[in-house]
Ligand binder design. Structure first.
Ligand code: AR6
Length: 170
């Protein structure tokens, strides 16, 4: 099976879903953008679990392209799935790493039994990925990924991002 894809414009921290994906960094200890917003609104429980993951499985940090779940604190979700997108480098094709973020997040979602998963546009903010290309990789990868997740909801912060994803879905 593959997931049905839906699009929403708005703040991902206000979404109700089984799992909300965080565009994190390797440290798993928070940052700006979606990451900052998720920790702010989700509360300290998420960070406490991230610290425990650092202390146990990810002493060197979560590698780029991988994903790991924590609980979702006060968010209207059961889990936050943290994934680390690649920083955009014009001289290097890192699109496989970005695709891996979506595949690995869905793999983790499957392990958890999540049916609805909300994704931001991973790497398309602070990590500098050109929006159209980030949208292309996100949509192509999710369309091709075998998963038991029923709905993948892309939650785009602004109209420009929403339009980039909408164009890829048409
Ligand atoms: N809801 C939905 N989308 C959002 C929100 C929100 N609340 N806030 C921002 N976006 P970014 P990255 C959009 O920068 O590029 C952090 O410091 C944003 O407009 O959050 O993967 C991490 O700790 C953009 O389209 O993530 C890492 O160090 C998209 O989400 C680094 O930033 C992703 O932007 C990760 O950078």
């Amino acid at each position: 099976m593959t997931a049905r894809i839906t699009l929403v414009q708005g703040d991902i921290t206000g979404q109700s879903a089984d799992a909300i994906v965080n565009a994190a960094n390797s440290s798993l200890l928070g940052g700006g953008g979606v990451d900052g917003a998720i920790h702010r609104r989700g509360g300290p429980e998420i960070l406490a679990e991230c610290r425990a993951l650092r202390a146990s499985r990810y002493g060197r940090g979560l590698p780029t392209g991988q994903a790991v779940a924590t609980t979702a604190g006060r968010l209207d979700a059961r889990w936050v799935i943290h994934t680390v997108g690649p920083r955009y480098l014009p001289e290097e094709d890192r699109s496989e790493l970005l695709a891996s973020c979506y595949r690995e997040s869905l793999r983790v979602a499957d392990e958890l039994g999540a049916r609805t998963v909300a994704f931001p546009a991973v790497s398309a903010g602070i990590y500098g990925w050109p929006l159209d290309d980030a949208a292309r990789i996100a949509v192509e990868t999710v369309r091709a990924a075998p998963t038991s997740v029923e709905e993948v909801r892309f939650v785009l912060f602004d109209e420009r991002a929403y339009e980039a994803f909408a164009a890829r879905l048409r």
